[in-house]
Design a protein around this ligand. Sequence first.
Ligand SMILES: [Zn+2]
Length: 265
Amino acid sequence: MGYGDQLMGSGLARGAAARGKRVALGDGRRILWDKHSEEIFRGNPNLAPPGSERDPDIEWMPFYKGHRLYNKRLGPRWKWNFAFHAVPGELFFGASELTAGRRYSTGFVVIEPQSAQWKSVAANKDWGVKNFQAVADRLKAAGFRVVQFRGDLSAVALQGVEQLGTRSFRDALAVLAHAALYIGGEGGLHHGAAAVGIPAVVLFGGFIPPSVTGYATHTNLTGGAEACGSLNPCPHCRKAMQAISVGHVVAAAASHLSEPSRKYG
Ligand SMILES: [Zn+2]
């Protein structure tokens, strides 16, 4: 799994250090971090790294790869746990990371036209690059600075959209912290936007329910569908995405961007 799970893990651990505790994400015997964990948990006083299993301040939380609390595998689909509600995650940036995060200034709109293409569910989470291009065009015409992150895994560059180079996902989040808005699919960057306190318009569609992995401060668009969790390309999910118009997304974006209380970096 990707960065979203790590960010949700940091949300589950919120406040532990203030109670004199550290949360151990694992099975009660071993702390089970994966290849993305250290990048997200670096500097976080609420989380205990592997090797601290026997420390006295540990609180176990059974959240790890293969056991994510918010879903269960049921044949060809995920069964969602509707009792689970994602809590915004936390990042603890160092001084140089904070400085680097300001290098593209503030107040821009980040748009990400593709969710993780290497996952089998990609088709069910795909709103379409053309639609994202249309949203970018309309926001630009309205005078907004629209940008996209360029990293190792971003395949599609929208036309006429400023491409911001990023060194890592963590670096992208340090930059995202200075955005006015994020627009994109359900995935690492929408969890990241919540973690750095940035509003978002999230294209959920019909695969995964916003009540489980969404955030109340975001506009979460489902196209009116109940989430199916299907791990195979699914007509119901395609319909859900088709029910979300460019106009919906632009209107949701405009309402976030006109909020007088929004704060930039
Ligand atoms: Zn579906």
